[in-house]
Design a protein around this ligand. Structure first.
Ligand SMILES: [Zn+2]
Length: 356
């Protein structure tokens, strides 16, 4: 029986055999299965008891543990079920794509790039591929991890020579844990409280991140003196956040932000960062095409980000591709007071999201 794929007010819906399956819905709705690919807030529906999911939740145990630690009520999840296979998609710890009946694959947010403890996505050959297209335009090509490490280490080295502390900034779930691993050799490393919490969950799940002091502990022990440089790993926020303002004015710290959107030179000005480097947990444009080529699908649906642009690029390459309509409506947290810059930059709100 042919599956039916559509877009509803809740997000992507697949009718397969007699099952209604919701994929990373923005809110819960009546269905047989709800698949949650990972624990970023834009992929988890409501936290409240009243709106709790009543269908069978498909997700990894790691995603469930991380989501619960962030206040989401989850009590009926399964990792396995007939007709479904959850496949590592390389985005953050516990993240999975969903293979349905060995013929439809939904990628979720995906990365095929090895970085730190994160391994590349595994890719099944399928008839139908639903692929995210966050960076689905040709200008979004990321440098190698080696190049990003080299540039960052140079920035830290020069700052340390001047006695200046450095704040490394990334999403508190996923990116911040990578930063903790990649720059653990620079001591001392301290952690913003939200990242300390996520790092301890990663350690519980088997990722051997260093145990180090939180910002509050380092502060109370007088370890943030102006004369001695240190690294602080903090959530990616604009320079306007109270925390960053305080750290810059009190300690003269510099900020380095990490995001795939940093391939655009304007990103660091929009975010008010001293430096911005392209380190992403998503595929860049070329990598998205590689995913398509390796999955060998007959039919492709693109969703999220540059869905129309990416499907257009795929059609020019001879693929049967189309965007799922409404795919830019995922729950986002656009930044305020940057309307003009945002319009100039011609990017989706997604690039300005901060996943806490
Ligand atoms: Zn994500």
């Amino acid at each position: 029986m042919q599956a039916n794929i559509s877009y509803s007010k809740c997000g992507i819906v697949i009718y397969d055999r007699s099952n209604k399956i919701l994929l990373d819905p923005s809110r819960h709705d009546h269905c047989d299965f709800t698949f949650i690919s990972h624990a970023h807030s834009d992929h988890l529906a409501e936290k409240s008891d009243k709106k709790r999911c009543r269908s069978t939740l498909l997700m990894s145990k790691a995603t469930c543990l991380i989501a619960r630690s962030r206040g989401y009520k989850i009590d009926n999840f399964v990792e396995e079920h007939d007709g479904f296979e959850l496949i590592d998609n390389g985005h953050i710890l516990g993240s999975k794509g969903l293979l349905i009946d060995d013929c439809i694959y939904y990628t979720g947010d995906i990365s095929i790039r090895e970085r730190g403890f994160m391994k590349p996505a595994k890719l099944p050959a399928v008839d139908t591929l639903l692929i995210e297209s966050t960076f689905g335009k040709p200008e979004y090509i990321f440098p190698s991890i080696t190049e990003v490490l080299h540039k960052t280490n140079n920035i830290i080295s020069e700052s340390y020579d001047r006695g200046v502390p450095v704040i490394l900034m990334g999403y508190s779930l996923g990116k911040a844990q990578l930063l903790t691993e990649l720059f653990a050799n620079w001591g001392p490393v301290y952690l913003h409280e939200s990242i300390q919490k996520m790092n301890s969950i990663y350690r519980e799940l088997g990722i051997p991140l260093i145990e180090t002091l939180s910002h509050a502990d380092a502060l109370s022990q007088g370890l943030l003196s102006k004369d001695k440089p240190w690294i602080m790993i903090a959530p990616l926020t604009r320079s306007g956040s109270n925390f960053v303002k305080y750290m810059k004015s009190t300690y003269g710290a510099i900020t380095v932000g990490f995001s795939g959107w940093a391939v655009d030179n304007r990103y660091k000005f929009i975010m008010g960062l001293d430096y911005a480097l392209p380190l992403s947990d998503h595929c860049d444009f070329h990598e998205l095409i590689r995913v398509v080529e390796r999955c060998k699908p007959k039919k492709i649906y693109t969703y999220h980000g540059f869905a129309a642009e990416f499907s257009s690029s795929l059609r020019k390459m001879g693929f049967d591709a189309e965007p799922l309509c409404g795919t830019n409506t995922r729950k986002t947290k656009p930044m305020r007071n940057i309307k003009n810059i945002k319009n100039t930059m011609q990017v989706t709100n997604h690039c300005l999201d901060i996943y806490m």
